[in-house]
Every structure is written in structure tokens, then in C-alpha cells.
Design a protein. Structure first.
Length: 103
């Protein structure tokens, strides 16, 4: 079982599989970036934070003190950055894999 020989993949099949995978990754990541560019950054429903919990406590900042909520703030630039960072890595991987394909 361990000594079996598998024939090499034909270069044309390797190219077809490579370009199909590259195209599907490009489409998926393009849609992800489009979503980051056009989506509403930080727009989340407020209803959960406004509902009272047991004991009368509420989600979110203490409204009596006027202090802002301490926590991560989501900005459009940060979301776009986190969408572009993997795209750059995938582009580098695409180039490295392309160079390794058989002729």
C-alpha cells in the first residue's frame, strides 16, 4: 500500500485545476471586499442592548453616567483592511503556485 506509484498529473489538468481554484478564490474574495466597501460598518441592531436583563441591568454603557462604552469600535477602514490583508496573501500564494506549475 505504501509503495504504490501514482502517475503524475498532466500539465494541462494541473493548469485547469489551478485556474478554476484561482478564479473561485478571486470571486469569493472580491465579494468579501465588496461587502466590506458597501456594507454598513458597525450597524448592528440595538434591540438586544435596550432590553432589560434580570435585575434591571441593561446592555451597553451606563446611560446615567454618560460614559461611552468601552470596547472595540468597528470602522470601515478596519473592516476593509481585514478584507484586503488575506487578499494580498492569496495573491502572493497564487503567484508562487503559478510558478511551481509544470510547463
Amino acid at each position: 500500500m505504501g509503495g504504490e506509484y501514482l502517475p503524475a498529473m498532466s500539465p494541462s489538468l494541473a493548469h485547469i485545476i489551478f485556474w478554476a481554484a484561482a478564479l473561485s478564490c478571486a470571486i469569493a474574495h472580491g465579494l468579501l471586499i465588496k461587502s466590506a466597501l458597501t456594507g454598513a460598518a458597525g450597524d448592528y441592531p440595538d434591540d438586544r442592548r435596550k432590553q432589560s436583563r434580570r435585575g434591571g441591568m441593561r446592555w451597553g454603557p451606563d446611560r446615567r453616567s454618560g460614559t461611552p462604552a468601552s470596547g472595540p469600535s468597528s470602522t470601515r477602514e478596519l473592516e476593509i483592511g481585514w478584507a484586503l490583508l488575506p487578499a494580498i496573501g492569496l495573491a502572493a500564494l497564487l503567484v508562487a503556485t503559478w510558478r511551481a506549475l509544470p510547463d
